[in-house]
Write a protein that binds this ligand. Sequence first.
Ligand SMILES: Nc1ncnc2c1ncn2[C@@H]1O[C@H](COP(=O)(O)OP(=O)(O)O)[C@@H](O)[C@H]1O
Ligand SMILES: [Mg+2]
Length: 253
Amino acid sequence: MSVTIEAKNLIKEFGGFKAVDGVNLSVNQGEVYGFLGPNGAGKTTTIRMLTGTLKPTGGEIKVLGLDLKKHELEIKRRIGVVPDEPRIYSNLKGFEFLDFVIEIYRVDRKKTKERIDELCDVFGVNYLEKTISDMSHGMKQKLYLVSVLMRKPEILFLDEPTVGLDAKSAKILKMLLQKYSSEGSTVFMTTHVLEIAEKMCTRIGIINKGRLIAEGTLLELKNAANKTQASLEDIFLQLTADGEDIEAVIKEL
Ligand SMILES: Nc1ncnc2c1ncn2[C@@H]1O[C@H](COP(=O)(O)OP(=O)(O)O)[C@@H](O)[C@H]1O
Ligand SMILES: [Mg+2]
């Protein structure tokens, strides 16, 4: 199993403040990796560094076996990124935006059109004639998902992908991500919602205050916490509890 995302001692400082503080990550091909943590933990900052949109203060990143510093363009062509707030050209119509993405990524137009039809069908995107500025947040998000999934990227990075999606779309996304990973692609997603990590991810890393404080499969996390009856929520709350001695909790793991 090859490692497709690797970060070593990743650091991001804003002013003197360390938003990401020495994170090490190793994600294998085909995994659905959940990067879980409370608000402000450093999830978005980490994913932005991993995808080349934010320069780290320190540390090394390899994506698809390539050094991100040296092969940024190739990596960006081969991965797909769904940011928490996609910036999407609001004066275009839906289909114009998809055409634009096909152009810039130079993907096979005919094959991609077929995938667009399938994806629009499953997500209920029947509004490609609408101008983007007239779409709701959820509608834009689904359009953006189509624009990324249609390219079949080798790794998919998603920042809080289910925020703004209705229950049905969230379920469809979950099924698509599972299918996608079963076909050998890798998924790296952030979430602050425990249930989502619990339901969707094969492995979970918990980040708090810029540090990765626990990692493993749900079962491993539970076993390590020696609380087989505990839900991930218990573990998560325990690990990220403010005012509690997190070090002591971790020692127990
Ligand atoms: N551009 C920025 N300038 C200053 N501080 C930032 C910036 N981006 C994020 N931060 C801070 O870094 C911390 C982590 O933020 P973020 O990665 O967005 O958290 P999360 O996505 O886990 O909710 C927060 O304290 C946030 O205020
Ligand atoms: Mg975030």
